[in-house]
Design a binder for this molecule. Structure first.
Ligand code: DC
Length: 223
């Protein structure tokens, strides 16, 4: 890998602001943005649509064999279909978290993500980017926030998109806690802070505060 590469790995639990912040940081630094959570969500959506459950490992492997995931103009395509909107539901969040512990799912998406990070300079966000996908990233960030603050953010997001019908803040909070548990306790590539990552607690920070802090760190590292 040449010295001029610059890749930023941003990991952390759901609702810590990773996607919003990563997108802005990528635009400010002229890097590609890769949302790996969206990839796990697309797989979760496909397997749910196909009626496969997470215990059916053969079924998962069979469906993965004919599943194509791509990004195009900031949209995520599942077998050529734009699913950018339909992957943002509480059901798909749950499915993504459940299927993401299966080795063949992690291998397929991890390989794809590695290729993306080898061909472009990226800001890649997820759960295992700094610890597994881009272990030698030039900058690693671990974004956290208090679980109730994250639930409030997710709930507001759902309300703004008109997707909060029948959903309460308490339900979103329980979902967040359950996903945190699943994501940090799975056997393969669990969510954890890389030793060399810079931890930023976003609970009481604005989006511009966080993006400024990351851009500053990136500019220092790039020198
Ligand atoms: O970031 P998100 O909420 O869109 O991610 C959805 C799920 O995908 C999350 O619960 C765990 C899984 N995921 C993962 O296992 N590894 C990643 N690099 C990104 C997401």
């Amino acid at each position: 890998m040449s010295k001029s590469r610059f890749r930023i790995a941003i990991d952390g639990p759901g609702g810590a602001g990773k996607s919003t912040i990563s997108k802005i940081v990528a635009a400010r630094l002229g890097l590609e943005y890769v949302d790996t959570g969206a990839m796990y969500r697309a797989i979760g959506l496909k397997l749910t649509e196909e009626g496969v459950n997470p215990e059916d490992l053969d079924g998962v492997e069979r469906v993965l064999g004919h599943t194509r995931i791509e990004f195009s103009d900031g949209r995520i395509l599942l077998d050529g279909r734009d699913v950018s909107g339909s992957i943002r539901t509480p059901e798909v969040s749950k499915a993504a978290s459940s299927f993401s512990r299966i080795p063949c799912v992690r291998k397929k998406l991890g390989d794809l993500q590695r290729i993306m990070s080898e061909t472009s300079d990226v800001v890649m966000d997820g759960r295992d980017i700094g610890t597994n996908v881009i272990k030698d990233a030039e900058l690693k960030i671990f974004l956290t926030a208090d679980p109730m603050v994250r639930a409030q953010r997710r709930f507001r997001e759902l309300q703004e998109k008109g997707k909060a019908v029948g959903v309460t803040l308490e339900m979103v909070y329980q979902d967040i806690c359950q996903r945190d548990y699943q994501d940090t306790h799975r056997e393969l590539n669990p969510l954890s802070k890389a030793e060399d990552a810079v931890e930023i607690d976003t609970s009481h920070m604005t989006i511009p505060d966080v993006t400024d802090a990351i851009v500053r760190l990136a500019e220092e590292r790039r020198k």
